[in-house]
Design a protein around this ligand. Sequence first.
Ligand code: C2E
Ligand code: MG
Ligand code: MG
Length: 398
Amino acid sequence: MERITEQEVLQALKNREMQVYYQPQYDTLTKSIKGAEALVRWFKPDGTLVMPGSYIPMLEETTAILELDWYMTERVCEFMKRQKEAGFSLIPISINYSRRHVQEEDFTEKLCEIVDRYQIPRKLIIVEIMESVLEEKAVEVIALIKKVRESGFSVAIDDFGSGLSSLSFVKDISADILKIDRSLLSGNCEDEKERIVLESIFMFAHRLKLTTVAEGVETEEQLNFLKTCDCKMIQGFLFARPMPESDFINACKENTKEQAGDYFEQIQDTYGALNLLLDAVLTCYPLIIMVNLTRDSYYMMAYENFTTQTCSSTGVFHELIEGGALSMHPEDRELFINVFNRENQLAAIARGEKYVRAITRQLGDDGVYRKVETTNFFVKSPYSEDALAITLSHSLEE
Ligand code: C2E
Ligand code: MG
Ligand code: MG
C-alpha cells in the first residue's frame, strides 16, 4: 500500500472528504444511548474508505493532526446544532484530540470559540485524550485538562490500560470519564487474573468518581462481566459499530422508546442490588465502620447525618475507640471502652460470640448528648484469616 502523505490529508480536508462517524455509547444496565464517540472516516472520491489507523500515526508526527481534530470539532458542532434546531435533545459527543494539542497554547480558547459559535452547551463536548499522552507530558497535560474542565467541558482519558502510565496519574488528573481499553477485555474475561485487574480498575475509578466506559465490547460474556464490575457505559461492536450521521440519528430515535423492565434489571444486577441494599442499610445506620481487629485498622464507609462528624474516615482502630470514648457522656466512657476495645473484642470472638453491643450517650456536634446504639458484628472474609468486624451505629433519638 502506498504511503499516505501529510499533503494528501490536508488536501482531503479541504475537499471535505473526511466524514464523521458516530459510535454510540450505551448505559450498561438500561441499554439506552447516553453518548457517542466521533471517529473520522476518509472517503476518497473513488469511494475507497481509508481508516484512521492507516494515517493518524503519520499525521501525529506533524501539525496536520491539529487541522484534522479541529475539522472534526467543527463538523460535530455543526451536526449538534442541526439536531438542536430539529428539536432533538442533545447527548454528549466525545471527540479525539491528539497529544500534539498540548503544545497549542490557545487550545481551550479555540475550543470555546468553536463550540460557542454553534451554541452547543460546553458540557456536551467531551475532550478525549489518550492515556499514553500522560506518560509523556504529565505536567502539561494535567494543566491543560484542568483548564479545559474549568471552561465547562468534560474530559475523558482514552485507551486506559493500553500504555504504561501509572495509576497515580489518574489520581492527579481531574478527568470525568475513564475509557477502559479493549486490550484488557481480551478473550471473554475468562482468565481470573485478568478479571481481578479489571475489577480493581473499575473499583478505583469509581472511588475516584470517574464515569467508566468499556471500549471494544464484542461479546455477551464480556458484557456480563462488565455489569458485575458496575461499568457505567459500553462502547463496542456488540451494540453498534461506528456509523454515518443518518444511521446514528435513527439509532437515537429507536433508542428513546422507553425500555420496560430496566428497573428490574438494575435490581437483579449484583452491584445494582448491593448499592440499593447499602442505601437501605444507611437509612437505618448512618455510621458504618469496617474494622480489622487483627491489624488494628478501620475504614469508615458512610458517615451521613450522624450525630457527630469529627473522626477521620480511616486510621488506627484503638485511637478511634479512645477518641470515641471522649465524645461519650463521662458516666458511659468506661462501658464504651470495655465493650469496644480491641483486646476485649478479640476475646469475644475467641469465646464464639457473634457481636458486641452497647448503648451510650454521645455528644453531638451541636453540643447535645444523644443515646446511640453501636453494634460490632464479627465477620469472616474468604481472603484472609484476620478478625474483622462491621460496626453499625445509629442514634436512638431524633
Ligand atoms: P479510539 O479513540 O480508541 O476509538 C475507538 C476505536 O475502536 C475505533 O477505531 C472503533 O471503531 C474501534 N472499536 C470500537 N468498538 C470496537 C469493538 O467492539 N471491537 C473492535 N475491534 N474495535 C472497536 P477507529 O475508528 O479505527 O479509530 C482508531 C483510532 O484512531 C481511534 O481510537 C483514535 O485514537 C484515532 N482517531 C479516530 N478519529 C480520530 C480523530 O478525529 N482525531 C484523532 N486525533 N484521532 C482519531
Ligand atoms: Mg477515542
Ligand atoms: Mg479508545
